[in-house]
Write a protein that binds this ligand. Structure first.
Ligand SMILES: [Zn+2]
Ligand SMILES: [Zn+2]
Length: 367
């Protein structure tokens, strides 16, 4: 089959910035050296542009996991231009298709089933998606956002101002325009490009699947370090409306922390979270499936399946009972009619559920 035509603009952009980052940056470092202020600007702009993609383009605009004040949306729009990953409107349109048709090589714009190179960068190097480049019907809601449309209309100009004008200005203020352009302009751009591209490539290849095996998305704590917390991609693909990707407090998810911080400052609201009950249910179901697969070859497989199924049903019953009672208690507290008997009942159900979880864990771990 004949491959679609190459997109020379993208190829030139990726190739020249990459070459400049690996040739001119070290060369400048050797001949002039870099100052601490330049490195700090590199880190600051890397976080600003990266988080504008993850907290702005991804969790705010593509998935609507929270609502943000116009100052924040404007800040994301500029940061998105700095990240040079196309407009928020276009990015979100691609990303919604990615979720809807994940791993479908004909529809998913960066299908992981096409391999690492394609899902990482190859999909942007040829006219694979040209037929729907101007079809934004899956992002009609975003077309009502004036900031999104303003950024879309002036994207090229904004990208030039943010990627060349801003580092040049900061360099001029610091007394060395070229060094700042190389460090906070080029090197920062290349690093943030590939770190965020890892979400489409590596996060669909490397890691575990604690919540679902219906797609290639993986959870990977190491990858989260390089992707502003988006490494918990298996969770994200099953619960895309959650503003968090790393759900435990200790999961490295700076995007989640930023959103939470904005919420505390009154700049973001309506943060959406998937109920814990649904998260646990998905996890248990996956554990059942994995253990069944692992034990399928054993001579007493039928017996094991029966035992597993029995314990699983019991676990689910405990889960429902506990969370239903917990909900009732919260409701009673809200109405200020909670009594000690109800509190005691919830505590007992919690202990039962925990005990059954322990049983389940030791049972599944034994195979
Ligand atoms: Zn994905
Ligand atoms: Zn997503």
């Amino acid at each position: 089959m004949k491959k679609p035509p190459l997109i020379w603009l993208n190829i030139t952009l990726f190739a020249t910035t990459f070459l400049a980052a690996i040739v001119f940056v070290p060369w400048r470092g050797i001949t002039h050296g870099f100052e601490l202020t330049e490195w700090l600007t590199f880190v600051g702009l890397a976080y600003y542009s990266g988080l504008s993609i993850t907290a702005g383009y991804h969790r705010l605009w593509s998935h609507k996991t929270y609502k943000a004040n116009s100052v924040i949306r404007f800040t994301y729009a500029l940061g998105g231009a700095l990240a040079l990953q196309n407009s928020a409107l276009h990015w979100s349109s691609d990303h919604r298709i990615h979720h809807k048709h994940v791993d479908n090589n004909d529809k998913d714009p960066y299908s992981a089933k096409m391999g690492f190179w394609y899902s990482h960068i190859g999909w942007m190097l040829r006219e694979y998606q040209s037929q729907r480049y101007h079809d934004y019907k899956n992002v009609r809601d975003l077309q009502n956002d004036k900031i999104v449309m303003w950024q879309h209309k002036h994207y090229l100009l904004l990208a030039v101002i943010m990627n060349i004008g801003l580092p040049a200005l900061l360099g001029w203020m610091n007394g060395d325009v070229w060094s700042m352009l190389l460090i906070a302009g080029v090197l920062r751009l290349v690093v943030v490009h590939h770190c965020t591209f890892f979400i489409n490539s590596l996060a669909h290849i490397w890691g575990s699947q604690p919540y679902t095996d219906k797609n290639t998305a993986k959870d990977n704590g190491v990858l989260a370090l390089f992707t502003y917390g988006e490494g918990y991609h298996n969770y994200h693909h099953i619960f895309e409306n959650d503003y968090r990707n790393g759900i435990k407090w200790w999961h490295y998810d700076p995007t989640k922390w930023l959103i939470k911080l904005l919420h505390w400052c009154g700049l973001a609201h309506d943060l959406r979270k998937v109920p814990q009950e649904r998260i646990e249910a998905a996890k248990f179901q996956m554990q059942l499936l994995k253990t069944r697969n692992k034990t399928a070859h054993l001579p007493n497989a039928d017996e094991i399946v029966e035992r597993l199924q029995g314990e699983y049903e019991l676990l689910k019953a405990h889960l429902t009972e506990y969370y239903t009672a917990k909900k009732a208690l919260l409701e009673a507290k809200r109405k200020q009619v909670a009594d000690s008997q109800l509190v005691q009942q919830v505590a007992e159900l919690k202990a039962d559920f925990k005990a059954q979880k322990r049983n389940w864990r030791s049972l599944t771990a034994s195979y």
